[in-house]
Design a protein around this ligand. Structure first.
Ligand code: GLU
Length: 485
């Protein structure tokens, strides 16, 4: 046993943002840790100097914090197995690489980039899988020493013995077999002295006592190299679980071209973290029933690796929108109020004042009609300003020759009301309809158009009560003056 306690890690290479696929990996690790009373480690795999991006780590940590996946050990949460930045552990990797050289499981290679390029082209021309030809495996210890003393650039490569079988008992994919014939003599230490992903990843998973490696399927082809490393170093292997690929609706691999892949883009578009977490959880997992709406706590109690699917998971934005709608509906009123206030601050209505009481009424009327907090404004601007235009199709369909006269009668009737309720407005409207021998529709539709500028929305009397009698009347007058059928 590596450890009595479950220890898992999310090990991103900071590329500048958190990919939704990365969020899924982080989430499944988090859920597995929480469900098993385990520890969730964040390890930053920053050994590729060419890919260094300023601010990437901060951005990643901020995004994880925003979605609420807090880690137990990692940057700024030092545990017993730090540092948690691979760039701060270079000596450790070097030590194990040298141990492998010592055991004959790895070797120095001094090839020039030109020779490697030639070798590759030749193999491709011969329709062979490009692989290192082990040329420098034959160097004697004296020759190696000589070259090192001369300061010749070198790498350290894994010495893979061909003709062997490597098996991985993956918790999701079952038994996966590889032949070492297809495994290259992987570079472990690069010429800049940094380790490659493979060496650093295995060394750290071992030293950090990781019990389960849960990661995307794209890493499955690397796993035989990792298994060989564990075996050569004489270490017990963790369990492996490779998560299914994320696919575009056309079943191609999820790509930037077909939409947003950065979690922060979804945040900027106004998606709730609860909806995003819920959505991502369902990309490759379900509890075996029809349930789709989950809060994080419920996910912790329902999640299991056994129920993660093998087949690729299709990224369906309609479902995300639906989940956003559901989570928004389920949020406490005062949270929605704060969201609406901050949307208003960022909107063209930023210098207008609305009381909490007023905004809460808008929320109540609109809640079933919005997917996003910003929709309260976009879908019903009439709660924040009088109509600046009138929907032309509604005008041509609903605004009749007698509409101005009828609406004038209606506004006179409304004028006489004292602090009217929904029912008062309704009674007044019916009264006018009757005295004018008109159907109520002849009044209701032009009235809605006058107060909102559009043909749909919440109940018209609800709108009247929210905006109040004074605005109702002034909007009716404005419509009478401005609408030209
Ligand atoms: N650094 C790798 C990545 O960027 C980690 C893969 C793994 O979890 O082993 O995803």
């Amino acid at each position: 046993m590596i450890s009595d306690n479950v220890r898992v890690r999310f090990a991103p290479s900071p590329t500048g943002y958190l990919h939704v696929g990365g969020l899924r990996t982080a989430l499944y690790n988090y859920l597995f840790a929480k469900a098993n009373n385990g520890t969730f480690v964040l390890r930053i795999e920053d050994t590729d100097q060419n890919r260094y991006v300023e601010g990437a780590v901060e951005n990643l940590i901020n995004t994880l914090n925003w979605v609420g996946l807090s880690y137990d050990e990692g940057p700024e949460k030092e545990g017993n197995y730090g540092p948690y930045f691979q760039s701060q552990r270079l000596d450790i990797y070097k030590k194990y690489a040298l141990e492998l050289v010592e055991k004959g499981k790895a070797y120095y290679a001094f090839d020039t980039p030109e020779r490697l390029q030639e070798l590759r082209e030749k193999q491709i021309a011969e329709k062979l899988q490009p692989k290192y030809d082990k040329a420098d495996l034959d160097l004697s210890p004296e020759e190696v020493k000589q070259k090192l003393d001369n300061g010749e650039p070198y790498v350290i490569r894994l010495n893979v013995v061909p003709g062997l079988r490597v098996t991985v008992n993956d918790k999701i994919r079952g038994l996966v077999e590889f032949s070492t014939d297809t495994v290259d003599d992987q570079i472990l230490i690069k010429s800049d002295g940094y380790p490659t992903y493979h060496l650093a990843n295995v060394v750290d998973d071992h030293l950090m006592k990781i019990t389960h490696v849960i990661r995307g399927e794209e890493w499955l082809p690397s796993t035989p190299k990792h298994v060989l490393l564990y075996d050569y170093l004489g270490w017990e292997k963790p369990e492996f679980a490779h998560l299914p690929l994320l696919l575009n609706p056309d079943k191609s691999k999820l790509s930037k071209r077909q939409g947003d892949v950065a979690v922060e883009d979804y945040k900027a578009k106004g998606y709730l973290k609860e909806a995003l977490i819920n959505f991502v959880a369902l990309l490759g997992w379900n509890a075996g029933d029809e349930k789709e709406f989950y809060q994080l706590e419920e996910l912790i109690s329902s999640f299991s690796l056994e129920r993660v699917h093998k087949a690729g998971a299709v990224f369906n934005l309609e479902k995300l929108d639906w989940l956003n709608f559901e989570h928004l509906r389920n949020k406490p009123e005062n949270e929605v109020l704060e969201m609406l206030k901050s949307e208003l601050k960022a909107s063209v209505y930023s210098d207008k004042e609305f009381t909490d009481e007023y905004l809460l009424k808008v929320i109540e009327a609109m809640r079933e009609r919005v997917n996003f907090a910003k929709d309260f404004i976009n879908n019903s601007p009439y709660f924040f300003e009088e109509p600046t235009s009138y929907d032309e199709t509604v005008v041509s369909k609903r605004w009749k020759e007698d509409s101005p006269v009828l609406l004038k009668k209606l506004s006179d009737e409304f004028e006489a009301l004292d602090n009217p309720t929904k029912e008062d407005y309704e009674t007044a409207l019916k009264k006018v309809a009757e005295s004018e021998s008109a159907g109520v529709g002849k009044l209701i539709h032009p009235l809605r158009l006058a107060v909102s500028g559009v043909g749909g929305g919440p109940g018209v009397y609800d709108i009247l009560v929210i905006i109040g009698k004074e605005k109702t009347i002034s909007r009716i007058n404005k419509a009478i003056a401005e609408i030209k059928p």
